[in-house]
Ligand binder design. Structure first.
Ligand code: SF4
Length: 64
């Protein structure tokens, strides 16, 4: 399965992805979001997709 990735050149650290799916995204003190679960279960896919859609800078994507 593909894994979600955050492009740190694009992330502005608003923490929206963590709010939507804290099982996968974590906003750290450096002001960037990190993927903390690179092998998310199928049941998280919907909320990861939601985070991808809601991210204001389009910093999150699926990587094969
Ligand atoms: S929603 Fe996008 S910009 Fe906001 S913290 Fe997550 S990756 Fe960064």
């Amino acid at each position: 399965m593909a894994k979600p990735v955050v492009d740190h050149d694009e992330c502005i650290g608003d923490g929206l992805c963590e709010q939507i799916c804290p099982e996968v995204f974590e906003l750290r003190e450096d002001g960037l979001a990190y993927v903390v679960n690179e092998k998310p279960n199928e049941d998280l896919k919907g909320r990861i997709d939601e985070a991808i859609e809601e991210c204001p800078t389009g910093a999150i994507s699926w990587e094969e």
